[in-house]
Design a protein. Structure first.
Length: 606
């Protein structure tokens, strides 16, 4: 085709838009329509038709025969003027622009205004199929978005919503679906959408995955128990005392004269350092206790084989100790043993505290506790509750303060101090639990004072070097009574067994490496458990919209009260008209629950 020169009224191609030449000088003034104009260089435009074109609005596509022209050319080359005449029977600004639009869309023709080629039938067919598929996909996508907006998805929509699920579980930071619907891309909004459209049930708990903790039990096999010499303690009545429904009893207590025995499941008998199961347990750090289930650190069959009281006779690592006149632990004995354990609940034993052997055991543990308190131990008794989900029903049970629970707790702390001192005396590297003292040591009384003091407590940590555990009032301490469910307890047991057998111990460096591997995992597990408990409490409240209960004021600031609800072991905020006295009690009723955002609002009654 001839190359047209720019003149007033000619049709130009500017980038991908039509333009009308208004005036030509050293530069060219063009009209882009809609009241927009621009001054450009000659090389910035291509003249498609010499004109005259009065208005861009006149560029209306005339009737034409596109496919006939394409078939007639049959792969040959042409130019814009000839092609426009072939398709539309004339070469006008309107037919020139319509022709170029067809070329630019690239289905039947391709090229430049000066050199246009008819594409092959194979190319056209392939592109048509691709475009039809794209159009169908776009239509399906639009229908999917419409269903989301209505809150009613179909089975085929679940695959598309995986991207939202990843965001809800903390596995991704983006979601095109949330973007398109105008929602901020947050895990909370993703969670809310998935529940709202029925992808997740209302009670779905995303928090373990969001904390990136393992949510499936290990699938490794266990070796058989080794044949080895054990001290026979089956003649001593041994009691595993736990909350009702406990599934993994890993400690029990006995009394032999004035010697208190704490028997602990001998997990290290089956799990030596750096074995496959040991490495798997190290990668998990601890059991994950969720209201709906337990995710085990060890293969579940370890509980059946090793937990105390699940078999007629259980292998144990037993820790025997006495208290001297100053209530200091003395005469510590550690041995591999066989024990005959019966299982009991705290409530059951609480009814027997005045009988043998519990009265005598409690006398020992009370002396020990008194000594700890005298040495600066912290006594904080804030509301706690057990949250369990069974067959879809949420059961929240406040944990009552019971003498039996205090007795068992003190016995376990005694074992931890006994083993810490034993390890020091025998030069056995173990992970010590350390907690610095608060900046100001207090003896809080009342829920409000305890609530305030707890916030001043410094976090505990593990170390290969002994140090004060201020919260317990001990100069050294190691956690040793839960090897079925805490990895660092298992490390203590591995070291004790190696010492008893005369085998090589893990070095301080190796124990330190295990601490460094596990402590971040334990933090994630605690967060997952705390968030999961809150989640199920809110599910319970949402299912019981008429809930009412009692709350205790533990903090006041600018007519905003912080409340503890003992029945739920829950903290909440409440705006009040006037300051309330700390530790005062008031009745509250549920007002609103936001499960996904983990927020609940109450209102005062009366």
């Amino acid at each position: 085709m001839s190359v047209f020169r720019a003149a007033a009224g000619s049709l130009a191609l500017y980038k991908i838009r039509p333009a009308r030449v208004v005036q030509v000088s050293d530069k060219i003034d063009i009209d882009l329509g809609g009241g927009k104009s621009k001054r450009v260089r000659p090389k910035d435009i291509v003249i498609l038709h010499p004109g005259p074109l009065e208005r861009l609005e006149d560029l209306v596509e005339p009737a034409g025969e596109l496919t006939e022209a394409w078939e007639l050319l049959n792969g040959e080359e042409t130019n814009l003027e000839e092609l426009a005449s072939l398709i539309y029977g004339e070469f006008t600004p309107a037919s020139a622009w319509a022709t170029w639009t067809r070329v630019a869309e690239g289905l039947y023709f391709e090229g430049s205004p000066e050199q246009i080629r008819a594409r092959s039938p194979e190319q056209v067919a392939a592109d048509q199929q691709e475009r039809e598929a794209k159009a169908a996909a776009e239509q399906a996508w639009n229908q999917f978005i419409a269903r989301l907006e209505r809150g009613a998805i179909e089975s085929e929509d679940r695959e598309r919503l995986v991207e939202v699920e990843k965001l809800a579980l903390g596995l991704s930071e983006n979601s095109r679906i949330l973007q398109l619907l105008g929602h901020q891309e947050t895990p909370v909004n993703a969670h809310r959408m998935l529940v709202g459209v029925g992808y997740w049930p209302e009670e779905h708990n995303p928090y373990p995955h969001r904390q990136q903790v393992t949510c499936e039990d290990p699938r490794l096999g266990l070796p058989p128990l080794p044949e080895e010499s054990r001290e026979d303690l089956t003649g001593l009545p041994a009691f595993a005392i736990d909350d009702e429904g406990s599934e993994d009893p890993d400690d029990a207590i006995s009394l032999e004269g004035d010697r208190l025995w704490v028997h602990v499941a001998d997990v290290a008998a089956l799990i030596p350092p750096d074995s496959d199961i040991d490495q798997e347990a190290r990668s998990r750090g601890a059991n994950l206790y969720l209201p709906e289930r337990i995710v085990h650190m060890l293969p579940p069959q370890a509980t059946q084989v090793l937990a105390l009281g699940l078999q007629p006779v259980s292998p144990a690592l037993s820790i025997g100790m006495r208290l001297d006149e100053a209530a200091r632990i003395s005469d510590v004995k550690v041995c591999k043993s066989l024990v005959r354990v019966t299982r009991h609940s705290y409530g059951e034993i609480n009814q027997r505290m005045d009988s043998a052997p519990f009265a005598a055991i409690k006398a020992l543990t009370d002396r020990f506790r008194a000594r700890r308190l005298a040495d600066g131990a912290t006594s904080i008794d804030l509301p706690e509750a057990s949250v369990r989900v069974r067959d879809g029903q949420v059961c929240i049970r406040p944990l009552a303060r019971m003498a039996s629970r205090d007795m068992v707790t003190e016995a376990m702390v005694m074992a931890g101090e006994a083993i810490a001192n034993y390890a020091l005396s025998q030069n056995i590297p173990v992970p010590f639990a350390i907690q610095p003292a608060p900046d100001k040591v207090e003896t809080p009384e009342g829920l409000a004072a305890m609530y305030a003091y707890r916030r001043k407590m410094k976090p505990s940590r593990s170390s290969t070097q002994e140090g004060v555990h201020a919260g317990l009032g001990l100069t050294c301490y190691t956690r040793t009574t839960s090897p079925l469910r805490r990895y660092l307890d298992l490390v203590v047991h591995q070291q004790l067994r190696a010492h008893l057998d005369g085998r090589e111990l893990l070095s301080f460096k190796q124990v330190g490496e295990r601490i460094a591997a596990v402590e971040p995992l334990n933090g994630a597990i605690r967060r997952a458990e705390r968030l999961s408990n809150t989640h199920w409490k809110l599910i319970h409240l949402k299912r019981n919209p008429t809930w009412q209960g009692e709350a205790v004021v533990v903090e006041m600031e600018n007519n905003r009260a912080t409340l503890l609800i003992p029945e739920l072991a829950m903290e909440t905020k409440l705006r009040v008209r006037q300051d309330l006295k700390l530790d005062s009690r008031l009745s509250v009723a549920l007002r609103e629950v936001d499960v996904e955002d983990q927020v609940v609002w109450f209102r005062p009654l009366g």
